[in-house]
Design a protein around this ligand. Structure first.
Ligand SMILES: Cc1cc2nc3c(=O)[nH]c(=O)nc-3n(C[C@H](O)[C@H](O)[C@H](O)COP(=O)(O)O)c2cc1C
Length: 418
C-alpha cells in the first residue's frame, strides 16, 4: 500500500492527540460557481436528459440557526462534497456540442466551451469520437482537508466513488450505458481545464457511442474558476494524488445492479436516500441482506476488494465475522465493531457492518473509488428495502486489520440495518 495510506491511519492514541477545533464559520464553499454571464441550460428542458439531475441534485434542505444546508443525492464524508462533475455533450437534441459544468444547486449545465473536431476524447486511450455523454469527476480536496487534514486523501477518493455510484444509478434509471474509465490522461486534462494543484481529475464514465473518427486535442484551454472561496494548500494530498494518479486499467462496463427494479421505485430510492443517524436495533432478514448484496461480492473480488462484515442483527444468519459471503468465525461482535468504528454507535447497533479492504497498491485510487461506488449501490439497494445505511470513514486502521486477521488495508466501513 502506498506510504500515504500508512501515514493517515487512525489509532486510539492518534485520535486523542490530534483532536482539533473546527470553526464552522470558516468552512470553504462546497460548490463551484462559474460567472453569471456563462450560458446555463436547465436540465429538465431536455427530453434526453430527464433524470440527469439525479446524478447529484439537491434532495434535502436542513435549516440551522446560521443558514440552510443542502444535501444531495450523493452522500459525502462530513457533508463536504469535495468533488465536481463536468460533462461533455455531443449529439444531444437541442444542446450545443460542448463541455459543461454540472451545477447541482440550479439543476443546470453551464457551458464552458463548444467543441467540434476537438474534445476530451483526445485524452482517452482510443481518442474515438463519442456521441452522447462523457462524465469527468474531479476532486476539490480543500473542502475535505479543511476538516480532515491529511486523512482527506481517503475521503476524497471515497466521495468520488459515491459520485460515480450516483452517476451510474441515474444513468441506469435513464436506461443508458455506463462505461467506467480510470486510465486516461488525467494530468493533461487537469492542465487544459486550467486546474491548479488543488483540483484534480479522478475518473470518468462514458455513456456514449464511439465512431471511427479520432478527435483532436482541445484547441484552447477552458476557463477556470476556483472550487473554494479560499485555499490552504495541502502538499501531502497533492503529492499523494500525483503518486497514484497514473495506472493501467482497461475500461469496463459494470453489471446492471438495478435490473428488474421498477423505474419509479428506483427513482424514489435515489431521491429518498439519506444516511441513517441511529439504528433502532431491530433485525433485518437474511433475504434482505442477500437482495442488497446480490452480485456485489463477485464484482468486488474481480477488482481486488475483499468485503469482510460482522453480522450483528440478521434473522436466519449466525452472528459472526464473514468474508465475501463466507462465515469465518461465529460470535457476537457488536461491541467490537462499535469500538472499531471509532466508538460510533452506528458501527455496533447495525444489522451488518461492512469493512471494505484491499491489498492492491498500484491501483490504490481505483480500489478506493470502487469501495465508495460499491457502498453507494448498497445505500440505494438498502433504501429499496426500507433499510438504513451509513458510510463510516472513521475507524482504527490497525485494530480493524488485527480483528479481521488480514494483511489487506482497510479502506472504508459501512453500516446497514434498522
Ligand atoms: C466517505 C464517507 C464517510 C462517512 N463517514 C461517516 C462517519 O464516520 N460517521 C457518520 O456518522 N457518518 C458518516 N458519513 C455520512 C455523512 O455524514 C453523510 O453522508 C452526510 O452528512 C450527508 O448526509 P446524507 O448522506 O444523508 O445525504 C460518511 C459518508 C461518506 C460518504
Amino acid at each position: 500500500m502506498p506510504i500515504f495510506h500508512q501515514q493517515t491511519k487512525h489509532s486510539y492514541m492518534s485520535v486523542r492527540k490530534n483532536a482539533h477545533f473546527l470553526d464552522w464559520q470558516s468552512q470553504p464553499t462546497n460548490h463551484k460557481l462559474y460567472p453569471h454571464f456563462n450560458q446555463r441550460f436547465k436540465i429538465e428542458e431536455y427530453e434526453e436528459l430527464t433524470d440527469l439531475n439525479l446524478i447529484g441534485g439537491i434532495t434535502f434542505e436542513k435549516s440551522y440557526p446560521d443558514g440552510v444546508y443542502h444535501l444531495r443525492s450523493v452522500p459525502s464524508a462530513g457533508g463536504l462534497f469535495p468533488f465536481e462533475v463536468y460533462i461533455q455533450v455531443r449529439g444531444i437534441k437541442g444542446l450545443l456540442d460542448g463541455i459543461y459544468h454540472y451545477e447541482p444547486h440550479r439543476a443546470s449545465l453551464t457551458l464552458l466551451q463548444e467543441i467540434g473536431r476537438d474534445g476530451v476524447e483526445h485524452y482517452f486511450k482510443d481518442s474515438l469520437k463519442q456521441k452522447g455523454l462523457v462524465f469527468l469527476i474531479s476532486s476539490v480536496y480543500f473542502r475535505s482537508s479543511w476538516k480532515y487534514n491529511d486523512r482527506a486523501i481517503r475521503y476524497i477518493l471515497l466521495d468520488v466513488g459515491h459520485q460515480l455510484g450516483a452517476i451510474y444509478t441515474a444513468l441506469s434509471l435513464m436506461g443508458r450505458e455506463n462505461e467506467f474509465v480510470f486510465d486516461f490522461d488525467k494530468l493533461s486534462l487537469n492542465e487544459v481545464f486550467g486546474f491548479r494543484d488543488d483540483e484534480m481529475f479522478m475518473c470518468s464514465v462514458r455513456s456514449s457511442e464511439a465512431s471511427e473518427t479520432s478527435i483532436d486535442k482541445l484547441r484552447q484551454g477552458l476557463p477556470f474558476v476556483s472550487g473554494c472561496d479560499y485555499l490552504e494548500t495541502n502538499r501531502f494530498i497533492e503529492d499523494a494524488y500525483k503518486q497514484s494518479a497514473v495506472y493501467e486499467e482497461p475500461n469496463f462496463n459494470p453489471p446492471n445492479f438495478f435490473e428488474n427494479i421498477p423505474k419509479e421505485q428506483l427513482r424514489q430510492a435515489i431521491v429518498n436516500r439519506r444516511s441513517i443517524r441511529a439504528f433502532r436495533a431491530q433485525p433485518m432478514s437474511d433475504e434482505e441482506f442477500w437482495f442488497i448484496m446480490g452480485g456485489l461480492f463477485q464484482f468486488a473480488k474481480e477488482h481486488a476488494i475483499d468485503i469482510y462484515y460482522t453480522a450483528n442483527l440478521v434473522t436466519n444468519m449466525s452472528q459472526g465475522l464473514y468474508k465475501n459471503g463466507e462465515l469465518l468465525e461465529e460470535g457476537d461482535f457488536r461491541s467490537k465493531s462499535r469500538y472499531l468504528a471509532l466508538e460510533q454507535n452506528l458501527g455496533g447497533q447495525s444489522g451488518v457492518t461492512f469493512f471494505f479492504t484491499s491489498n492492491e497498491a498500484k491501483k490504490y485510487q481505483k480500489v478506493n473509488i470502487l469501495s465508495g461506488f460499491l457502498a453507494h449501490i448498497i445505500y440505494i439497494r438498502s433504501e429499496l428495502m426500507g433499510i438504513g445505511c451509513s458510510g463510516i470513514g472513521a475507524y482504527y486502521d490497525d485494530e480493524c486489520k488485527e480483528f479481521l486477521q488480514t494483511k489487506n488495508n482497510i479502506l472504508y466501513l459501512l453500516a446497514i440495518g434498522r
